[in-house]
Ligand binder design. Structure first.
Ligand SMILES: [Mg+2]
Length: 342
C-alpha cells in the first residue's frame, strides 16, 4: 500500500518545457497516488508564471516564483510541482551549455558509476524478506534497505546477508518517540547503518533530536522536507546523521544543492531519496556525481515493465551508470511515454 492505496504501479508526473530556441527540458514532480493534485498545481499555479518568461539563472528564477505563490503553501504538493519545473529548467540550462548537469554544477564531476542500494518494499514476512535480500545480493548490491517495522524481519535479513553487507531500516514515520526508543533498542543487535524516519510527524525535529542523542543508532530523515529552510531546521536541531533530500520533493536541483551545502557545513552525510524512475532519477544520478561525498543511490527494488531510460535504471554489480549526454544525460523514451501515459 502507498498513501492508503494499493501500490501496483508508480505514477510519474513529467514536466516538459520547450525553449524558444527549440531545446526541451524534462522534469519530474513527486506524485505516486496524488498525481492529479500535482498536475493541477503545475497547470493552474506554476505554468502561468513560467510560460513566455526569460530565465537566465534558474536559482534566482525559482526564488522569485516561490515568493510569488508562497501564500498557497511551501510544502507538499505545491513544492512537488516546483521540483518538476526546477529539474526541467536545469535540464534545459545544462543542454544550453552542452554539458551533463553534473558538470554544469561541478566541472570535475567524475561521472563514474555510483554505488546503489536496494530499497525493498515492506513485506511483513520474514521469509519473503530473506528471499528478497538474496535476490538483491544476486544483483550485486552491498547495501540493502528494509521497510519493515518489526524485529523478526530485520533479524531474518541480517541472518541472510551476513555481517559484511550494510543493512538499513526505514519505517516511514511509524512511531512516537517512546515507541522509537524501544524499537531502536530491539534493532541494536543487527548493526544497522541507519534507522530512517522513526518518528511521526517528520517535522518534529525536537523528538528526533532527542532520539538521536539517546538511541545509539544513526538516524536518517529528510525525504518529507521541502526547501533548504526545512532541511536546515532539521540539521540545526541535531536530529540526524544522514540528510535525505528528495529532488522531486524538496524543490528540485536548486533546493537539493542548497540542502547539500547545509549538510556538508553541518558535518553530516548526504544520502539522497530517489525511489522513482523518471527525470528525478537521472537528476539524482547527476547530483550524486556532482556533490563531493554524496551517498548511495536509492533504487526501489522492483522489476519494471518498462523504462524511460533503458538500462540506466538498472544496476551492474550494484552500481549505476551516470549518463554523460547534455542535461540530465538522456531523453525519455517516447514509445514508453505513449504506451503508459494516463
Ligand atoms: Mg524513506
Amino acid at each position: 500500500m502507498s498513501g492508503g492505496q494499493p501500490w501496483t504501479a508508480q505514477e510519474i508526473v513529467l514536466v516538459r518545457i520547450e525553449s524558444e530556441g527549440g531545446l526541451v527540458g524534462w522534469g519530474e514532480a513527486f506524485s505516486y497516488s496524488c498525481q492529479r493534485p500535482v498536475v493541477a498545481a503545475i497547470e493552474d499555479m506554476i505554468a502561468p508564471l513560467v510560460v513566455g518568461r526569460e530565465v537566465t539563472n534558474v536559482s534566482f528564477f525559482m526564488r522569485e516564483l516561490q515568493q510569488a505563490v508562497h501564500l498557497f503553501g511551501r510544502y507538499g504538493v505545491v513544492m512537488f510541482g516546483f521540483s518538476g519545473l526546477d529539474i526541467a529548467l536545469w535540464d534545459l540550462a545544462a543542454k544550453a551549455a552542452g554539458k551533463p548537469l553534473a558538470r554544469l554544477i561541478n566541472d570535475r564531476a567524475p561521472l563514474t558509476p555510483l554505488p546503489g542500494y536496494a530499497s525493498l518494499y515492506r513485506y511483513g514476512d520474514a521469509e519473503l524478506v530473506a528471499a528478497k535480500c538474496r535476490a538483491a545480493l544476486g544483483q550485486g548490491y552491498r547495501v540493502i534497505k528494509l521497510h519493515e517495522v518489526t524485529e523478526a524481519e530485520v533479524q531474518a535479513a541480517r541472518r541472510q546477508i551476513g555481517e559484511d553487507i550494510a543493512l538499513i531500516v526505514d519505517v516511514n514515520c511509524a512511531w512516537s518517540l517512546d515507541q522509537s526508543r524501544a524499537m531502536a533498542r530491539s534493532f541494536r543487535p543487527y548493526s544497522l547503518l541507519w534507522l530512517e524516519e522513526p518518528i511521526f510527524p517528520p517535522d518534529d525535529f525536537a523528538a528526533l533530536a532527542t532520539l538521536n542523542n539517546e538511541a545509539g543508532i544513526a538516524l536518517a530523515a529528510g525525504e518529507n522536507l521541502c526547501t533548504r529552510y526545512q532541511i536546515g531546521q532539521m540539521i540545526a536541531a541535531g536530529a540526524v546523521s544522514y540528510v535525505q533530500p528528495s529532488v522531486t520533493k524538496v524543490g528540485g536541483v536548486t533546493e537539493f544543492l542548497a540542502a547539500a551545502e547545509l549538510t556538508q557545513a553541518g558535518g553530516l552525510k548526504l544520502m539522497p531519496h530517489s525511489p522513482y524512475f523518471g527525470p528525478g532519477w537521472l537528476a539524482t544520478l547527476q547530483l550524486i556525481s556532482a556533490v563531493p561525498e554524496a551517498g548511495y543511490v536509492e533504487r526501489l527494488f522492483v522489476e519494471l515493465q518498462a523504462s524511460l531510460y533503458g538500462d540506466y535504471v538498472n544496476p551492474a554489480d550494484g552500481n549505476f551508470k551516470v549518463p554523460d549526454g547534455p542535461g540530465l544525460g538522456l531523453e525519455p523514451d517516447p514509445d514508453v511515454i505513449d504506451r503508459y501515459r494516463l
